[in-house]
Design a binder for this molecule. Structure first.
Ligand code: FAD
Length: 440
């Protein structure tokens, strides 16, 4: 069985502008920095370094965006998943917590300026993100989000029931949270555009070039592939959930969690005026998430996590997706056809924020984005480029730590957490006398 889900069946593969021409690495080449992995983390690091005049070679095992960066759902919300800001501050040491929070909450400035500057064709829309309150009690958490995120400079506000209905076209929410700076995009278009920008800035990219080893030599690190090697002063592994080889045990620093994304047929202009009329991203506010947005053709692109039959029995899964969408938007009368359906892998680790591993002098790795990778991967380039330029550890926005395997409980922790959220939301909705969505 293939280790990763198929890549070429996604909506993005069918609709993204073509990738720039790249070739496999052959022979020996030299660079200041060698980056392994052609996703957002590797590409934004390469772009930052190349545009600053540092010579960079990026090696990608398959093609640009083959990992999460080419197949995600395309939501770009500059927040953290799972943990609140106070919880993150308690979990990450200072000064790293505050620095990481500042970078993450400003990540979309970076995304939009790279897209603008390099004219990346990726359907970028910065119309905001709404998280609905599925029952009245959820407004307490939303008020807390407004307070804590606005305190670090984010532009967010609480919405009442009528405002959420006006913005989303759904009558099902008891209020909500609007994050004005959030956006959405075609993720593979964004990855390929970043790759084009790296090349434009003088960086070198080789695809179909899996890294099989990394060894210290007299003149630097030798990063080897089947037909060649790069000799570099510094090496950065940015191989995410799709890590294969390269450095021992790197693929044990996280546990894989599957997630799926599906896209409807294009909706008519009339339908689009009543369903997500402002082209925002919407999260249904449940722990067992249902998140959706439009692509440029007017398809609703929605994602959920597999759970039990959901994700295993495809007919049932499509039915769940349709029933949930029609419940959220009773104005949809027609049959929903999920014309694209694909799975992908997340690199989960228990803190749900990326971790920077000190592998050897001059070699680091970064994994564990845990599902919020579009803004995160885009801002990580800034941190990794600082490391490559020699900024001292104490001044970085992530703490350097020794390579650590993810604890055993991460094999089942994320799945159990989802089930816990599902039951807890069910109970809270029932107790509040609010209607439950189908298959809740
Ligand atoms: C289905 C799905 C939906 C998602 N939805 C969202 C969303 O809506 N919003 C959001 O913010 N995040 C989302 N995410 C998460 C996000 O896509 C990822 O966190 C992010 O793309 C990770 O970027 P990365 O650069 O760290 O890794 P990746 O994009 O996974 O890139 C790593 C690359 O390294 C390469 N590689 C691995 N080993 C080697 C090697 N030995 N040699 C050379 N190359 C190697 C891989 O082939 C891969 O291309 C989603 C993820 C998935 C899978």
């Amino acid at each position: 069985m293939a280790k990763f889900s198929p890549f070429k069946t996604t909506l993005w593969y069918a609709t993204a502008p073509p990738a720039p021409e790249t070739t496999e690495l052959e022979g020996t080449t030299k660079a200041d920095v060698c980056i392994v992995g052609g996703g957002y983390t590797g590409l934004t690091t390469a772009l930052e370094l190349a545009s600053g005049g540092i010579s960079v070679v990026l090696l990608e095992k398959e093609e640009i965006g083959f990992g999460g960066s080419g197949r995600n759902a395309g939501h770009c919300t500059p927040t953290f998943t799972h943990y609140s800001l106070p919880e993150l501050r308690a979990m990450l040491d200072e000064p790293w917590a505050e620095r990481l929070i500042a970078r993450q909450t400003r990540a979309n400035d970076r995304v939009s300026s790279m897209i603008r500057h390099y004219q990346i064709q990726c359907e970028w829309q910065q119309n905001g993100y709404v998280m609905g309150a599925p029952y009245p009690g959820a407004m307490k958490t939303i008020q807390e989000k407004v307070r804590t995120y606005n305190a670090v400079g984010a532009r967010t506000r609480a919405l009442d029931k009528d405002e959420v209905a006006a913005i989303t076209g759904s009558p099902r929410f008891h209020g909500g949270w609007l994050h004005e700076e959030a956006g959405h995009l075609n993720p593979l278009g964004y990855s390929r555009g970043l790759a084009r920008a790296v090349i434009q800035e003088g960086g070198i990219i080789h695809t179909n070039s899996p890294v099989t080893g990394c060894e210290r030599q007299a003149d630097g690190w030798a990063i080897s592939t089947a037909k060649g090697e790069v000799i570099a002063d510094k090496v950065i592994f940015a191989t995410g959930a799709y890590t294969v080889g390269g450095w021992p045990k790197l693929d044990q620093t996280f546990k894989i969690q599957k997630v799926f994304v599906a896209a409807t047929q294009p909706l008519s202009d009339d339908e689009r005026q009543s369903i997500l009329p402002r082209n925002t991203t919407i999260h249904d506010g449940r722990g067992d998430i249902y998140v959706y947005k439009y692509n440029a053709e007017g398809r609703i692109v929605a994602s959920m996590f597999p759970m039990g039959r959901r994700g295993r029995d495809m007919e049932y899964t499509r039915q769940v997706m349709s029933d949930r969408l029609k419940w959220l938007h009773p104005q949809i009368k027609q049959e929903i056809r999920w014309e694209y359906f694909w799975f992908g892998e997340l690199d989960m680790q228990y803190r749900t924020v990326p971790r920077l591993y000190d592998l050897a002098t001059g070699v680091v790795a970064l994994t564990g984005l845990s599902g919020r990778g579009v803004p995160t991967g885009s801002m990580l380039g800034g941190i990794l480029a600082e490391w490559a330029r020699g900024v001292p550890e104490k001044d970085l926005s992530l703490k350097l730590e020794p390579l650590t395997s993810a604890p055993f409980y991460m094999n089942y922790g994320p799945k159990l957490t989802l089930r816990y959220y599902r039951v807890s939301d069910w109970i809270k909705t029932k107790l509040a006398g609010a209607p439950l969505p189908p298959h809740a």
